[in-house]
Design a protein around this ligand. Structure first.
Ligand code: FE2
Ligand code: FE2
Length: 299
């Protein structure tokens, strides 16, 4: 049973990370659909705005004191590249992004709009979580609909089906964590289930990057493939590898892919890499690596 303070801290940290991740998935979907799919574009845009509102609310509740030092330092909520990546990605695609939320987060939550008692905060966050859960249900259903339409060749979307499945798995993971928090506990996942989930996510990122780089970017592509193989091996061997060794290897592999993604984000922003990767996608997967690193350090 989580205490009131633990409930508040865990909810804020989870939402600060995942609400942004969710709205970016919708941004990627919105910008990957052709003009013929204007109804789905509008639907993705509406869901994205819904998560932006929830994220703005989460930020308004967040003070320096009610999230952990580790989360604060992890660069999983925003990185030094997020705002620039948003500006560029929004300008290049014409799709909107609420960048004020990012600016506020860069202020390190110094301006809290609410000074609430812990009791009121707990009540407000419970309501925020409930609303996040119902929007998540809609997002998951929407993404699954797109997957099945894409599989039946009823729509064209410039995203791999595997990528749509990947973002949906992240949404389901977030939903499980939120549901547990609403019952005042943490999601129960075995050591290998947790590690395999994130090692698989990291490996798929490497595969997506490989597939979205220009064929001429040979050395970056080779690097991405090597990273992908490394994560695949980790996933296959979790059950037969000792806990400490598994943690250490996952940590090393994730640090490597984090550095690779950081360089990719910088290279894309500086227009030095040929690809069909939006800078915001590079920053997005960088934040997911930072999140996994904090998780690994906390196990
Ligand atoms: Fe994601
Ligand atoms: Fe991801």
């Amino acid at each position: 049973m989580l205490s009131r303070e633990e409930f508040i801290r865990n909810s804020l940290e989870l939402n600060l990370f995942f609400q942004r991740i969710m709205k970016e998935h919708l941004f990627f979907i919105e910008t990957a659909l052709p003009a013929a799919e204007s109804d789905y574009i509008a639907e993705a845009d509406g869901l994205k705005r819904g998560f932006e509102q929830l994220l703005a609310e989460t930020v308004s509740y967040t003070e320096r004191t009610n999230i952990s030092e580790e989360a604060f330092r992890s660069d999983e909520f925003v990185t030094p590249y997020t705002l620039q990546a948003e500006k560029t990605s929004s300008r290049l695609t014409g799709a909107s992004l609420d960048m004020d939320i990012t600016r506020k987060k860069l202020d390190l939550f110094s301006i809290s709009e609410y000074t609430l008692s812990q009791h009121c905060l707990e009540r407000d966050i419970f309501s925020l979580n409930t609303r996040s859960l119902s929007l998540l249900d809609e997002v998951i259903a929407f993404q699954r609909r797109l997957i099945s339409l894409a599989l039946q060749c009823e729509i064209f979307i410039a995203l791999y089906v595997e990528l749509l499945e990947h973002v949906t798995r992240e949404a389901v993971y977030y939903r499980e964590s939120l549901r547990a928090l609403q019952n005042r506990r943490l999601a129960q996942r075995s050591f290998c289930a947790e590690l395999n989930f994130w090692n698989n996510i990291m490996g798929e990122h490497a595969q997506f990057i490989d597939g979205l780089l220009d064929p001429t970017e040979k050395s970056l592509k080779a690097n991405a493939r090597m990273l992908a193989e490394n994560f695949e091996m980790l996933r296959e061997r979790c059950r037969e590898t000792g806990r400490r060794q598994m943690l250490q290897r996952s940590l090393e592999a994730t640090e490597r892919i984090r550095n690779f993604k950081r360089n990719a984000a910088i290279g894309l922003l500086e227009c030095e890499i040929r690809s069909i990767i939006l800078p915001l996608l590079a920053d997005h997967v960088l934040r997911e690596a930072n999140h996994f690193l904090r998780l690994l350090e906390g196990i």
